[in-house]
Design a protein around this ligand. Structure first.
Ligand code: 5RP
Length: 298
């Protein structure tokens, strides 16, 4: 039993100070349960409220992607610079140290490889397993306009239901098929559908024209997808513009791990996202950090 002799009288009620509501700085998250808000805060940090996610889940449909042949050697050293890591449970269990402090966004859809119709995905992770892995969120590909559009939307809504039951948020990833137009009109449609149907945050591509309308019309955070490898200054410029135009951060894979200096690149991306560093300055930072890392594998 606790020692209850000589208990101190209570007195510090601060009667002149209104009780402070506990609020999240994540868009659209105020009505979510505490556990889900807490998980979202592992992705969108309390500082800038934005995120630098490192995407390394490519192997789930395309095998050992360039730069991901040895995740233990090329990705693990980057983790201290990532707010969140997007990966599969296979890589998580086999290769990522369990001491990881960043939030994990677990790939939870899959099925077809690059050899087949990509939109024919199914749910690939049970929410119980996501809970066992203590992930911050699960991610599901949504193929609006794709051959298996309805099936992919249904994958997302089932994960949203299961996630609400466990306090695990869902990231809706807007996938673009080979023949689809990538413009603001399409991404407004795709992001809004994900949010309306319950995704707690959305990942989508940047478009030079009208990206601010994509973020403005989406009631939950929009995270910019990285996409194909670009020269570093272009990738930093794209990330800068996306954040200035309303993105809550970035989820970049190849533009970080396929850089010739991935540590320097992820550090420069952090500056752009969290400190609004201008792209040219971030590129100068990248180049000086790259010089420091000459001779080091990453
Ligand atoms: C595609 C994905 C991928 O699996 C991956 O995360 C893409 O990363 P990047 O294009 O930045 O290399 O989610 O939508």
């Amino acid at each position: 039993m606790a020692d209850i002799d000589n208990l101190k009288d209570t007195k510090d009620y601060f009667l002149d100070v209104p009780v402070q509501p506990a609020q999240t700085n994540v868009r659209g998250a105020n009505a979510l349960d505490w556990g889900m808000q807490n998980r979202l805060s592992r992705i969108f940090g309390p500082g800038s409220g934005k995120t630098v996610m490192l995407a390394v889940d490519h192997g789930y449909f395309q095998g050992p992607t360039a730069g991901l042949e040895r995740v233990d050697l090329t990705i693990v050293p980057l983790l201290q610079n990532a707010d969140a890591l997007m990966c599969t449970r296979g890589i998580l269990r086999s290769t990522i140290p369990s001491s990881l402090q960043s939030g994990v966004v677990l790939r939870a859809s899959g099925g077809p490889s690059i050899l087949k119709e990509m939109s024919n995905e199914h749910i690939a992770v049970d929410m119980d397993d996501a809970a066992r892995l203590n992930v911050a969120a699960v991610a599901v590909q949504v193929f609006i306009g794709g051959e298996f559009e309805t099936q992919s939307v249904h994958n997302m809504t089932r994960l949203v239901d299961a996630g609400l039951g466990r306090g695990i948020p869902v990231l809706g990833v807007t996938a673009v098929g080979k023949d689809m137009v990538r413009d603001a009109r399409y991404f407004r449609l795709a992001c809004r559908i994900c949010a309306e149907l319950g995704a707690q945050f959305v990942k989508t591509y940047y478009v030079a024209e009208g990206f601010e309308t994509v973020t403005a019309s989406c009631p939950v955070p929009v995270v910019m997808a990285g996409g194909k490898k670009l020269p570093e200054l272009e990738a930093l410029t794209m990330a800068y513009r996306a954040v200035q135009e309303g993105a809550a951060g970035v989820d970049m894979g190849r533009n970080i791990f396929q850089s010739d200096a991935p540590v320097a690149m992820i550090q420069a991306v952090n500056k752009v996202v969290h400190d609004a560093m201008k792209p040219k300055q971030a590129f100068e930072l990248f180049k000086s950090l790259r010089r420091e890392h000459v001779g080091i594998r990453v």
